[in-house]
Ligand binder design. Structure first.
Ligand SMILES: CC(C)(COP(=O)(O)OP(=O)(O)OC[C@H]1O[C@@H](n2cnc3c(N)ncnc32)[C@H](O)[C@@H]1OP(=O)(O)O)[C@@H](O)C(=O)NCCC(=O)NCCS
Length: 205
């Protein structure tokens, strides 16, 4: 059962903006600050350099990336997309309607407030509006504290996959589900320039 508990009461709605190219630096800023936080804790998670930034730029351009703001300040990000191919998920799993999450991060100074729980419920709600079954993600295999965290917000561990590069990836999933109450906490602001596009994440806003 999914329990809606996003920690401390939110005093005002956050704004979730569909990021545009001019937001790329802000998105990278949240991710890189969290990467530095991981290093300080002795974690090797996301120790793959800055190569991801090119893919992120492409995903931002296509409207897949979201930036959460608190009074105009970036406080969290996630990228949502669909995919037909993956070495991690089976053909049967890929045939199930799914939105995949990528590069979820909250601002370090906003940690401990349940912000990612709120964001994941926003994403589950969004996935449900897109009429898919699952919200799925692949998680750094050795980040046990992160796995525990995902379980506390109702996420199920599907399996852990060993990769050819020696790293492992833990696959998690949440059911897509409407949470109308999330809209009281999060104001969703889609990009107007994508309103008529066929981009899968702009459908059903
Ligand atoms: C995961 C994340 C989005 C959760 O955001 P949040 O709601 O603000 O919650 P917190 O930052 O307070 O983290 C919640 C708990 O998860 C733990 N945690 C978070 N990321 C972790 C990681 N990568 N590895 C191990 N533990 C992690 C925190 O230490 C905390 O544990 P605690 O409650 O025992 O102190 C945020 O911690 C983050 O950006 N982490 C680094 C990037 C990351 O791992 N993103 C997920 C990629 S799949």
């Amino acid at each position: 059962m999914i329990v809606i508990d996003w920690g401390q009461a939110m005093s005002k709605p956050y704004v979730m903006r569909q990021a545009a190219s001019e937001d790329l630096d802000a998105v990278i800023g949240v991710i890189e600050d969290r990467t530095a936080w991981l290093r300080r804790r002795g974690s090797d998670q996301w120790d793959l350099g800055t190569g991801y930034q090119r893919m992120l730029a492409r995903r931002v351009e296509r409207g897949f990336t979201w930036l959460m703001e608190d009074e105009g300040n970036p406080v969290a990000t996630v990228t949502l997309f669909r995919r037909r191919e993956s070495t991690l998920w089976t053909a049967d799993e890929l045939a199930e309607p799914t939105v995949f999450g990528w590069k979820l991060a909250t601002a370090v100074d906003h940690g401990g407030r349940g912000l990612a729980g709120l964001l994941c419920h926003w994403a589950m709600d969004r996935a449900a509006r897109l009429d898919v079954t699952w919200l799925r993600g692949s998680v750094w295999g050795t980040s046990v504290g992160l796995h525990d965290y995902y379980k506390t917000i109702g996420s199920a561990h599907v399996r852990t996959v060993a990769q050819p590069n020696g790293l492992s990836v833990a696959l998690f999933q949440l059911p897509a589900r409407r949470f109308p109450e999330v809209s009281l906490e999060v104001l969703t602001r889609p990009r107007l320039d994508l309103a008529d596009s066929a981009s899968p994440v702009t459908v059903g806003v």
